[in-house]
Write a protein that binds this ligand. Structure first.
Ligand code: MRU
Length: 355
């Protein structure tokens, strides 16, 4: 398959060589009330977009940052400056290792081949590869979903979080596409509502039957026997199988264990950090207290807590490997035994992340 070097278009990202700026992102802070595309003109723009979650999801921020660096290269920026820009992009968010992995790959490339066209080609290769990784995970994971299953997911691990069909949501969409009658329970995902705003939007677009629940309702829905499988994405996977994902994922895994429901994590090998032996090594992003004191978005802005209420706001939590039924990767489906025997140590990650 020949893949264009002039155009790349996914649900949340567009690259077009016929226009300058080349790179556009769908502003995810405004979804679903408004589908607004915004240009990314510089490293500053991209860092700001990543930090404010205009562009988000572990694989997508890696792809978007690589394309942003390529855009800078095509404007004639010197290789040594590109390396500095890459380190600014790399530091934009700390937990999703795809960002570090994509930029480390770009820097290795820039150092050996500073030709701007070639650099752009490498960034586009990262984007197209993510499309393929998603398709592979969707195929592998869909075989785990049976006719009539109720499936619960947390946060947004869909096309909005990747360059392709998504990770956990790609699996769910593929099962639906294969004609299996399924029903998806979507955790709202406080504080930034990636489930209520983004996953609900994606399920609607794909015509997948779904029910939105507040996070606190998951236990009750499980107790009622409505959930047969759980699929979530991941932002960084340690080699022992522990993984970080959106805050609240760990709670879902604990509930799954109590109710005897299979719990699967879905992610590409680009989300493995070979430098993290366990979840204890994964840096967890702490975010603005205001996100917990109220809510802000295209729907408006409201603060319900006292203005100075002390807040704890980790953006991610770590789910221990012991609570995971299976790891759905592009390289295969791994169970507890496979992971204990080092299945995830084969990852191609080379991230040397800051601690
Ligand atoms: O803070 P976000 O919205 O970037 O967090 C995203 C998640 O936690 C997703 O579940 C994860 O990146 C997997 S997406 C394919």
């Amino acid at each position: 398959v020949t893949r264009s070097t002039d155009v790349f278009s996914s649900t949340a990202l567009r690259w077009s060589r016929s226009k300058d700026p080349f790179l556009w992102i769908l502003d995810q802070r405004l979804l679903p009330q408004s589908e607004t595309w915004m240009p990314v003109r510089s490293t500053e723009d991209m860092v700001e977009a990543i930090q404010t979650l205009k562009v988000r999801g572990a694989p997508l921020i890696g792809v978007a940052a690589a394309l942003s660096l390529a855009q800078t290269a095509l404007r004639g920026t010197r290789a040594d400056v590109l390396v500095q820009e890459a380190s600014r992009l790399r530091a934009a968010r700390p937990t999703a290792v795809n960002l570090m992995n994509a930029l480390d790959r770009m820097v290795r490339f820039v150092r050996t081949n500073p030709d701007p066209e070639a650099i752009a080609g490498e960034a586009l290769a990262i984007a197209w590869e993510d499309v393929d990784l998603c398709a592979k995970m969707a195929e592998i994971g869909a075989s785990l979903i049976s006719e009539g299953d109720g499936v619960l997911t947390h946060c947004n691990a869909g096309a909005l979080a990747t360059a392709g069909v998504g990770t956990a949501l790609g699996v769910i969409a593929r099962a639906h596409g294969l004609g299996r009658r399924i029903h998806v329970f979507v955790d709202e995902t406080r504080p930034l509502l990636q489930g209520g705003r983004l996953t609900a939007w994606e399920m609607g677009k794909l015509n997948v039957p779904y029910t939105l629940i507040a996070d606190v309702m998951a236990a009750s829905v499980m107790a009622q026997g409505k959930i047969q499988k759980i699929f979530v994405g991941c932002d960084r996977v340690a080699t022992n199988g522990d993984f970080a994902n959106k805050i609240g994922t760990y709670a879902v895994a604990v509930l799954a264990r109590h109710h005897g429901i299979p719990f699967y994590v879905v992610g590409p090998h680009t989300t493995i950090d070979s430098h993290c032996g366990s979840g204890k090594d994964i840096p967890i992003e702490q975010r603005d207290p205001q996100e917990v004191r109220g809510a802000q978005g295209a729907f408006g802005s409201v603060t319900w807590a006292p203005a100075q209420a002390p807040v704890y706001n980790p953006s991610f939590d770590v789910t221990p490997a012991s609570l995971v039924t299976g790891w759905v990767m592009d390289t295969g489906l791994f169970d507890q035994d496979a992971v204990r025997n080092g299945a995830l140590r084969m990852g191609h990650s080379s991230a040397a992340h800051p601690r």
